[in-house]
Design a protein around this ligand. Structure first.
Ligand code: TMO
Length: 316
């Protein structure tokens, strides 16, 4: 608990003109919006935090791979969800060119990979091993895939390399890209009624884990270089013959000009850290409770002042 003197002092600081400190620019902080719910809600949460500090904010819908180039060039200001599995390669490539900075990790552990709802195990008891999945490929066959199994991968911009993995590991699966995250949830939901086995792309933290208990398929463990050096992974001649990182990071990134142009907002960004449970909750507010992202963010901020207010006090 802060004592009255500390509170008064903090209050005085908040109304004092920032003598000796550079004030944040009035130009809008440009926040990119992608195509999965936690990122959209988190972007609105952080945008509303910046607005509460007096900043201007603008949201732009941006491709989730191309965004790293946009951040590097300063066209967008930051990225709040750099998932190691999906975006590690694009983030590293942008870092090598310069202009983008790592603003630290969320206190979260992420995983993105082939996944099945638990009822699928009845039809394919050797799961979660990928070889057992492959032996069961026929169980996942559809009219569209003939005698091969159907795997519903994420939208193409998440670059999951499902097709390359199937080829590298010699799997009897056809990879179909979902048009949207909603198509993944529709696939699981449709299979649920008659407990039909399905395997789809999924990730954690996400709302889905509270709705459909399930497991990730265990592929050969990720090793650094699996996407760059054919020698890495079990197939000596192929890239992408590994699963995604099972304990991936979730980073924040920013344009390297953000700190001098919006020093207070940058300070807060550096303090921001969401947990798995908080990120899953943000997704749930949209995907289960069906709030608009802006309302979801308002609701999250109202319910969690004790989490985010200290970031403002500490960061700015
Ligand atoms: C990038 N995602 C979290 C949807 O896998």
């Amino acid at each position: 608990m802060r004592n009255a003197t500390t509170a008064l002092f903090a209050g005085a600081l908040a109304v004092m003109p920032a003598i000796g400190f550079a004030a944040d620019s009035d130009d809008p902080i440009v926040i990119p919006i992608h195509n999965w719910s936690s990122q959209i809600v988190m972007s609105n949460v952080v945008g509303q935090i910046f607005e509460s500090m007096g900043n201007n904010v603008e949201y732009v819908t941006t491709d989730s791979q191309a965004v790293y180039e946009s951040v590097r060039l300063g066209d967008v200001t930051l990225e709040l969800e750099v998932w190691e599995g999906a975006f590690g390669a694009s983030f590293r490539a942008a870092q090598e060119k310069g202009g983008i900075v790592d603003v630290g990790d969320h206190n979260a552990v992420t995983r993105e990979d082939w996944w099945y709802p638990m009822w699928t195990k009845e039809a394919c008891p050797g799961l979660p091993d990928w070889k057992a999945l492959n032996d069961c490929a026929a169980v996942f066959a559809t009219a569209e895939t003939g005698d091969k199994g159907r795997y519903l991968d994420g939208p193409v911009d998440w670059l999951k390399h499902g097709q390359e993995r199937v080829a590298a590991l010699g799997m009897d699966f056809v990879v179909v890209n979902a048009g949207s995250a909603a198509a993944l949830w529709a696939e699981i939901g449709a299979a649920e009624a008659d407990k039909r086995p399905v395997v789809v792309f999924n990730w954690t933290p996400n709302f889905a884990e509270a709705v459909w208990p399930g497991e990730f398929v265990e592929f050969p463990a990720w090793e650094d270089g699996c996407d760059k050096d054919p020698a890495v992974g079990p197939n000596p001649d192929a890239l992408y013959d590994c699963g995604n990182p099972a304990k991936g990071y979730l980073k924040k990134a920013a344009w390297d000009g953000m700190e001098s142009k919006w020093p207070a907002a940058y300070g807060v960004l550096s303090k921001i850290s969401f947990t798995n449970a908080q990120i899953a909750e943000m997704a749930k507010l949209v995907d289960v409770d069906e709030l608009e992202p802006e309302e979801a963010a308002e609701e999250w901020l109202d319910a969690n002042e004790d989490i985010w207010k200290p970031w403002i006090d500490a960061g700015s």
